[in-house]
Ligand binder design. Structure first.
Ligand code: GSH
Length: 367
């Protein structure tokens, strides 16, 4: 059968599939979704992408893309009207930074609230994972199978730095983020005005599949941040298209967004900068390796004054290159320097990263 529209391979409970789905819906790009069952992984995803990640996008001309950022940028080049990238410097830089924060840092609360509330979540989430093995089996069979499949993901929890001793700090930080987002969405429909930008698509990843849809964090979000819930619904609503809104005038980045960027610079920025150093050391220690390992050791990080260890993830630097590159491309950085000062990034974007990274064939490499 010849495909006439785009096909998204993923699942409803996958963080990054939610990001790609929301983008396709908001851009009004016709697509169909295929559940990434184990058989689909074996027959299509692994042979065509060389990796085991979802989502995967298949184009009508049978090209295949993995990684939501690559998928979005490929589609942006094909569907140029109503770009998701703001054009003015402060808004564009803020959007690119927030995408890194949402994609790479909010995985922490997403995974914590999915896996550390078993009494409330497991019945639901094991059933979801089980549908990857036998989509049509009765619930109890799916839950039995899903427990095995899900345990691989559950195993990532400590690696991400979610440990017994820092759980309360992580929850305090997430609770403050919910307050910030509630305050923001009481005033605005999207992060930068009345239409979504790349940062909204980043944010819907953790906020949909895990933090909205899973029972325990879903209840928390509904209680604490109803305006955020309304934004989640907007992000998944294809009726309200991207073209119908606009970003704020005069390159404004609202105070409520500055608060979130401050949280990013406090928690995630030191990790990103340390990852850069660690990758440099790794490169020197592994001069013959072209492909970069997924994890290269571990380092400590601090949330709400509590220190913990997590794996070093070089992939996050491939994402962080984007705001870095944008900063470097600006002739006049005065406006963005002020934004960076206000949000405690200081001059951290000025020096760029030590190594340039690319993802040919979905594998992270030095350029
Ligand atoms: N940064 C990638 C991440 C994709 C990703 O991590 N997907 C998760 C599911 S939401 C996955 O497939 N994980 C498998 C694994 O970590 O091995 C993207 O934007 O697509």
């Amino acid at each position: 059968m010849t495909e006439v529209c785009y096909r998204l391979y993923g699942t409803k409970f996958s963080l990054y599939t939610g990001k790609a789905r929301s983008y396709l819906l908001k851009k009004g790009i016709p697509f169909e979704e295929t559940l990434a069952t184990l058989s689909v992984y074996k027959k299509f995803i692994i042979p065509r992408t060389g990796v085991r990640y979802v989502p995967v996008l298949q184009t009508p001309d049978d090209e295949v893309f993995q990684d939501t950022t690559t998928i979005i940028d490929e589609l942006e080049s094909r569907f140029q009207s109503s770009s998701v990238y703001p054009e003015t410097p402060k808004q564009k830089l803020a959007a690119l930074l927030l995408e890194v924060y949402a994609d790479e840092w909010l995985v922490i609360p997403a995974m914590h609230y999915r896996w550390n509330y078993p009494a409330t979540n497991n019945h639901f989430i094991f059933g979801e994972f089980g549908s990857l093995v036998m989509p049509n089996a009765p619930g109890f069979v799916k839950r039995y199978l899903g427990k095995k499949v899900g345990s691989r993901f559950q195993g990532f929890v400590p690696n991400l730095g979610i440990r017994e001793h820092n759980i309360s700090a992580l929850e305090t930080s997430y609770s403050a983020l919910l307050d910030d987002l509630q305050a923001h969405f009481e005033q605005y429909d999207y992060l930068l005005g009345s239409k979504p930008c790349i940062a909204d698509f980043g944010l819907i990843g953790p906020m949909y599949a895990h933090l909205y849809r899973d029972p325990a964090p879903g209840k928390l979000m509904k209680t604490k941040a109803p305006a955020l819930v309304a934004w989640v619904h907007r992000m998944m609503d294809s009726e309200v298209a991207l073209e119908s809104g606009q970003w704020l005038d005069d390159d404004e980045v609202p105070d409520t967004i500055l608060a979130i960027l401050r949280r990013m610079s406090k928690e995630q920025l030191p990790v990103l900068l340390d990852t850069d150093q660690r990758l440099n050391e790794w490169r020197q220690a592994n001069p013959n390796k072209t492909q970069i390992d997924r994890f290269i050791g571990s380092h400590s990080f601090v949330v709400e004054g509590v220190e913990a260890e997590r794996v070093v993830l070089p992939y996050a630097l491939w994402m962080f290159q984007r705001p870095m590159d944008y900063y470097a491309s600006l002739d006049d950085t005065r406006a963005v320097d002020e934004l960076l000062e206000q949000t405690n990034f200081g001059n951290s974007l000025e020096h760029g990263l030590s190594n340039r990274l690319a993802r040919p064939n979905n594998k992270l490499e030095f350029v």
